[in-house]
Every structure is written in structure tokens, then in C-alpha cells.
Design a protein around this ligand. Structure first.
Ligand SMILES: NC(=O)c1ccc[n+]([C@@H]2O[C@H](COP(=O)([O-])OP(=O)(O)OC[C@H]3O[C@@H](n4cnc5c(N)ncnc54)[C@H](O)[C@@H]3O)[C@@H](O)[C@H]2O)c1
Ligand SMILES: O=C(O)[C@H](O)COP(=O)(O)O
Length: 397
């Protein structure tokens, strides 16, 4: 069995794609014939997915570019690469805190406007540099919103750099909570971040809840001279509020990874072209993680790091495994079991896990007879509540 993978866009790390290994062909077919896509932040809203498409591997963290619920309803499993680029973003955020504190952007602009001999410039520099004297991050308070893969790393490193760190995340996972240093103080009220922090960095996904969540209301609580960073998503901050609070001196410096004309040519704003997760290391990690998830799903039916289906892991030991994507409605598992026993097939193992409106069912069968398996597959294909049926043969690996 050979699977066709299509890379979308030209930013997919070729070395990372080697993780697919044997049994996978890369970019040999058109998008509508592919079994799976590997993509980055390209927008798939309003995209017509091919009927054969089984999986999408997002070689990155944020997946707001993919209509994940629509994908679930079309039987497409979407994977991301949690943490694959977190170190890259963390390093850029730490860089931005210091870059902003030391006034390096206006200082560089002033310096490069100086004219004359090196001696004359040197004299001007020593006379004028005090206008750009900055402050140090050690001892200052950093507020972090979102303590996931990125936020938790920023928190630990900032604490190691001598900062007082406050973290806000009402949905923090147990795994991340274990990773965070005892020196980081968890706050349960967002106001505490805005009232107390000298530096604020946002690391939440873009959701209905977080869209334009940070604006006038929060900024009105900030101290004067705050450095604010948005390396999460453009739409998370209210742009007018950012500009107004820069104009009134509350925000001393705003670093964002998302281009917007309103932010260009502003002395107190530094815009990078969505580079947070774009290091060689991160691109390789993320592509590898996406490739491994797709590989496991296509070859064994296991689901690892999906954002629209629950994780399901079970070593493939039987000759035939059937996987179903079904609507999450009552009685489906019973109907599946009845259908299998009607065909006089024994179930070796069955796992059914749901997420939202859909569920994933993995059925390992004690059966070698291919025509009996085929009849069962046809039954499932004609069942009202089942949107995708796959049969995986162990010896085809
Ligand atoms: N600039 C870049 O290149 C770049 C790179 C990676 C990720 N990102 C963005 O950063 C986001 C975070 O990345 P991550 O890898 O840390 O993801 P993650 O899923 O590991 O962490 C996100 C955290 O945000 C928390 N959260 C969700 N809603 C919240 C809310 N309303 N208030 C506070 N916390 C909330 C979650 O509980 C979770 O702990 C991504 O969704 C993506 O949009 C940007
Ligand atoms: O969510 C992410 O991982 C980042 O925004 C990186 O996006 P990219 O893969 O398009 O660089």
C-alpha cells in the first residue's frame, strides 16, 4: 500500500518529510487526489477538500487556519505539532523583551541618521546616547497569558533570568503545570497580570473567546511604560487600543509577529514577519511530528496529536483493523458490535473515543477471511452515522 502526501506551500522542511519513510510518495499527485496534506499556516477556510483526503498534518502549533470541525464531519483527522516550535518562539520573546527595554530600535535609527567621520560620529554617540539608556529585565515583573508549550518555557527562562513571573491560564494542562517552576506565581484573575506586570506576553490560541480579547478594558489597568508582546495571533489584540495606549505612553513598546499597515513605521512598535516559529530547528521538528502522526494514522489507524479527534493508541497485532469516524450519537457502539457479530466475526479489541460531535472507533478483528471483512466494510459504508470507514491490513505494512 502506497500513500500520497501533498505538501501545501513551499515552507515544508524536506528533511522533516523523510520521517514518512517507505510506503509514502511526496507531491506526486494533485491536491484533490492526496491521502494527506502537510501544511503550515495556509488558510483552508472555504477550501474544498478532496473525497480521498484522510488527514492534514499542520507542521506547527496554531490550527486556526484549518476548519477542524468541518474536517471532522468529512472524516479528515487534523494533526498539529504541539511544542515543536515552542523553543523558537520563546527565544524570540526573550529577545524582544530585552530589545524593547534597551530602546534598541530608536537608538539604531538615531545612530544611523548621524553623518560625518567616524570620529565625529563617535563624539555624537557619546554625547547623545543617554537619551536611549534603557532598563534591565532582572527584578521586573513579567505577566504571561497562556501557559502552554510556549508560555511555560517563557515562564521558566524568565524566572531563571531573575524576573518575577506571573502566569494566567484557566485551562492549563496537568502536563504543563508539572513543567512550570515553583518560582512562577499562578494568578487566577487576568487583572492581576495587567495591574502588576512591567512586561506582558500573550501565548493563547486564537479562539472565539480570545479574539480581540486584549484591548481597552485590560489596557486601562496597566502601569505606565509596559512592554507588550503578541506572538500568538494578530486578531488577539485590539489594534486601535494598542495604538491609543502607545499614544498615551502606557505601552512603551509593542512587539508583534503579525504584519499590519497600522503598525508599520511606528517608533514604539516592532513588527516581525511571522518568524517566531521559523527557525531551522523548529521547521524540522514540526514537519517531523506532523509526518509521524500522519504515518501512524495511515498505516496503523493510531491517532497521536490530533486537534479534532481524541488520541487512540493500540498496537496493530491482528490481520485486520477497521477504523470508523462516526457521529457521536447514542447507540452507535452497540450498532457496530451487532454488525460485526452478524457477520460472524469476533472482535479482538474495540476502542471508541469521542470529541465533540464525532467519535473514532478502532476495531481489531479476529478474522482472516477477506470477503467477510469486505462485507462488513460495505455495511459500515452504508450506515447513517458513519462518515469514514478504513480497513487496515497488518501484512500490508
Ligand atoms: N508566532 C509564531 O510563529 C507562533 C509559533 C507557535 C505558536 N504560535 C501561536 O501561539 C499559540 C500558543 O502556542 P503553544 O504552542 O503555546 O500552544 P499550547 O496549546 O501549548 O498552549 C496554549 C495555552 O493557552 C491556554 N489558553 C487557552 N485559552 C486561554 C485563555 N482564554 N486565557 C489564558 N490561557 C488560555 C491553554 O490552556 C494552553 O495552555 C498558538 O495557538 C499559535 O496561535 C505562534
Ligand atoms: O502556529 C504556529 O506554529 C506558528 O504561527 C507558525 O506558523 P508557520 O508554520 O506558518 O510558520
Amino acid at each position: 500500500m502506497v500513500y500520497n502526501i501533498k505538501t501545501i506551500g513551499n515552507n515544508i522542511d524536506p528533511l522533516g518529510l523523510q520521517a514518512f519513510g517507505e510506503g509514502f510518495v511526496i507531491d506526486a499527485v494533485k491536491e484533490d487526489e492526496a491521502d494527506a496534506f502537510v501544511c503550515r499556516a495556509q488558510n483552508f477556510h472555504d477550501y474544498q477538500f478532496g473525497k480521498n483526503l484522510l488527514a492534514i498534518g499542520r507542521a506547527g502549533a496554531g490550527f486556526n487556519n484549518i476548519p477542524v470541525e468541518q474536517c471532522a464531519s468529512e472524516g479528515i483527522v487534523v494533526f498539529n505539532a504541539p511544542g515543536g516550535n515552542a523553543n523558537a518562539v520563546k527565544e524570540q520573546v526573550l529577545c524582544m523583551m530585552i530589545f524593547g527595554s534597551r530602546n534598541l530600535k530608536p537608538a539604531n535609527k538615531w545612530l544611523t541618521s548621524q553623518k560625518g567621520t567616524d570620529r565625529e560620529i563617535d563624539l555624537a554617540v557619546e554625547k547623545g546616547k543617554k537619551a536611549f539608556a534603557g532598563s534591565e529585565i532582572r527584578g521586573k515583573t513579567l505577566g504571561i497569558i497562556g501557559l502552554g508549550n510556549i508560555g511555560s518555557r517563557v515562564a521558566n527562562d524568565a524566572a531563571n533570568l531573575g524576573m518575577k513571573v506571573l502566569g494566567y491560564d484557566p485551562y492549563i494542562s496537568v502536563e504543563r503545570a508539572w513543567d512550570i517552576s515553583h518560582d512562577v506565581k499562578r494568578v487566577t484573575n487576568l487583572d492581576d497580570i495587567f495591574e502588576e506586570a512591567d512586561y506582558i506576553t500573550i501565548h493563547t490560541p486564537l479562539t472565539e473567546e480570545t479574539k480581540e480579547m486584549y484591548g481597552y478594558d485590560n489596557f486601562s489597568k496597566m502601569k505606565k511604560g509596559v512592554i507588550l508582546m503578541n506572538f500568538a495571533r494578530d486578531e488577539i489584540t485590539d489594534k486601535s487600543a494598542v495604538l491609543d495606549y502607545i499614544a498615551n505612553g502606557t505601552i512603551q513598546f509593542f512587539a508583534t509577529d503579525f504584519g499590519s499597515e497600522q503598525f508599520y513605521h511606528q517608533e514604539h512598535i516592532f513588527v516581525s514577519p511571522h518568524l517566531g516559529g521559523s527557525t531551522q530547528e523548529a521547521s524540522l521538528n514540526c514537519t517531523r511530528m506532523a509526518a509521524r502522526s500522519i504515518q501512524a494514522y495511515l498505516q496503523t489507524g493510531e491517532i497521536i496529536n490530533s486537534v479534532n479527534f481524541p488520541n487512540v493508541r493500540q498496537e496493530l497485532k491482528v490481520p485486520y483493523r477497521i477504523t470508523l469516524i462516526n457521529k457521536n450519537v447514542p447507540n452507535v457502539v452497540a450498532q457496530i458490535s451487532v454488525a460485526v457479530s452478524d457477520k460472524n466475526i469476533n472482535i479482538s479489541n474495540i476502542i471508541n473515543r469521542s470529541k465533540g460531535d464525532f467519535a473514532y472507533t478502532l476495531i481489531d478483528l479476529d478474522e482472516q477471511n477477506e470477503s467477510k471483512i469486505q462485507a462488513l466494510v460495505e455495511h459500515f459504508e452504508n450506515s447513517e452515522n458513519i462518515v469514514r470507514v478504513r480497513v487496515i491490513k497488518k501484512w500490508s505494512l
